[in-house]
Design a protein around this ligand. Structure first.
Ligand code: PLP
Length: 514
């Protein structure tokens, strides 16, 4: 059925494009009108995905320029779905940053796969809330299945259980809350403030760890100051000697260490902390070890590339984001823990209206493991995505990204005007433009300032072309451009385009402006 027929155009003589429910109804869109509109929507989605390369990755818009394009208050009268979809295409699509674009290589990409999108569509139709087993029996039990699929695929031992959350920030917050609880002060019930029996609590993480760890401490009442940022070596990996010193100093000062965070695949350079040694120290000190592998965890499904993960099987908790290098659409983060009962003790609160009375025996009610009651059904899209590609297909795609990163690193290394700024650990390349004339003088203050200025301008020019989107960081104080190749649509030819754009824009820096 076409959208016009479903909408009853002509049937009521008005040809308004409105369906019966919109005109007089008391209920939802009619299923047949939904069918027609959804078919058209799928065409819009497929056209969007097919046409990504013809779009600039970053829209050419200024802050504040988009809001005036939309009606400034909600419509009083119903509007035809055709008009709404047309406005979506006209107003929205051109004004978003295209995360699905093959040359979106900024931050860590989150490029959602086709089967994952289909999973999102079905998820929306079911509208399941996986708060209790009884509110989503299949959602609850598929979540357990999917968690275990990932555990096996990433080579973690039996004993790790877990759950799906929205983001790595939340997964780490849950892990740190459990660490706080495991420290023995029952902060979940008694809080932390005003207690003479609670010393200052400490969390250790490297200076390269993600800001979410700090934010989580802010949210958990530990305070951002609870974090001791441990220095890194010249490969940006946490220094064990500095960690040992910090723990000893804290203990001497009466501060209680409760958790340490090891990052496998840090955000800036994708360096990996020495997890096995950290696990040894954590065990000795009785400290919770949390591993943040938000981006890099996916690489662990390739057994030959598991070296950086050695020791993570000893952790108390491990997170990885399915919506990063696993190519699942936002949002899906996986938190695995060997200490599910502690997580439950941290967040379980069961009022009468949430009790399940008609089943005996233990039931997995996932809300007992999280601060929220309502939870999205996330396992369905993961199930569809994993079955569609198979682990074999995901391995091939992840390896391809890693290979393309190797190619780019090779091109940079071979060019005297560019400099690589971090070892290549996974699929993210850190580099800067360093005209050959500055070679060997990089740390002279004037040269350092000039290089930073050149690279800030270079990145802006690259991104203005619309051909790609790259982001930056600072490593040991030096401005660095990052190319994060973890995109399910990127091809070798795209990387050739990116390198050409980088070289052309760098060359343009030498030309007089205008
Ligand atoms: C290592 C690491 N941890 C955590 C995060 C936070 O991820 P999310 O946006 O899912 O909270 C990121 C984001 O890139 C990250 O790189």
């Amino acid at each position: 059925m076409t959208l016009d027929r479903a909408a009853g155009a002509g049937k009521d003589g008005r040809g308004s494009g409105l369906d019966e429910q919109q005109l007089t109804g008391l209920n939802d869109m009619d299923p047949e009108a939904f069918r027609a509109a959804a078919h058209e929507t799928v065409d819009i989605m497929a056209d969007y995905l097919a046409g990504l390369r013809s779009r600039p990755v970053l829209p050419d818009v200024e802050p504040g320029s988009i809001r005036p394009l939309f009606a400034q208050s909600a419509p009083e009268k119903p509007e035809p779905i055709q008009a709404i979809l047309a406005d979506y295409q006209r107003l929205f699509e051109p004004n978003v940053t295209h995360w699905q674009h093959p040359r979106f290589l900024a931050y860590f990409g989150s490029s959602g796969s086709g089967p994952g999108i289909i999973g999102e569509m079905l998820t929306a139709a079911l509208n399941s809330n996986v708060m209790l087993w009884r509110t989503s029996p299949a959602g609850t039990e598929l979540e357990q299945v999917i968690v275990d699929w990932f555990r096996q695929a990433m080579g973690l031992p039996v004993g790790f259980d877990g759950l799906l959350t929205d983001t790595a920030s939340t997964s780490s917050m849950l892990a740190l809350a459990a660490a706080r609880q495991a420290a023995g002060f029952d902060a979940s019930r008694k809080g932390l403030s005003g207690r003479s029996d609670v010393p200052k609590l400490r969390v250790y993480a490297s200076e390269e760890s993600h800001s979410s760890i700090e934010k989580d401490c802010m949210a958990l009442g530990l305070g951002a100051d609870a974090i001791m940022k441990i220095p890194t070596n010249d490969r940006f990996e946490l220094r064990i000697d500095a960690l040992e010193e910090a723990i000893a100093a804290d203990r001497a000062a009466g501060i209680k260490p409760i958790a340490m965070v090891a990052t496998i695949g840090t955000t800036s350079s994708t360096s990996s902390d020495p997890v096995a040694e950290m696990a040894r120290i954590a065990k000795r000190e009785g400290i919770w070890l949390h591993v943040d592998a938000a981006y890099a965890g996916a690489v662990a499904i390739i057994p030959e590339l598991r070296a950086p993960f050695a020791g993570w099987e000893e952790a108390d908790s491990v997170l990885t984001n399915a919506h990063k290098f696993f190519f699942v659409p936002m949002d899906a983060s996986l938190l695995l823990t060997r200490r599910m009962p502690v997580l439950r003790d941290t967040f379980s609160l069961v009022p009468e209206y949430l009790r399940t009375l008609d089943h005996d025996g233990p039931i997995r009610d996932y809300n007992e493991y999280t601060p929220t009651l309502g939870r999205r059904l996330r396992s369905l899209k993961l199930w569809i995505h994993l079955r569609y590609f198979g682990l074999e297909g995901l391995r091939r795609r992840i390896q391809h990204c890693i290979d393309m990163a190797g190619d780019l690193a090779g091109w940079i290394d071979a060019d005297p005007d560019f400099q690589r700024m971090a070892p290549l650990t996974f699929s993210t390349v850190c580099f800067r433009y360093r005209p050959a004339e500055f070679a060997g003088r990089e740390d002279e203050p004037e040269v350092a300032a000039r290089l930073e200025k050149l690279n800030v301008e270079l990145m802006a020019r690259i991104n203005r072309t619309g051909e790609t989107f790259l982001s930056h960081t600072k490593l040991k104080g030096r401005f660095v451009i990052r190319v994060a190749i973890s995109n399910i649509r990127v091809e070798d030819s795209d990387m050739a385009v990116v390198w050409q754009v980088v070289k052309t824009e760098a060359a343009s820096l030498a030309e007089p402006a205008g």
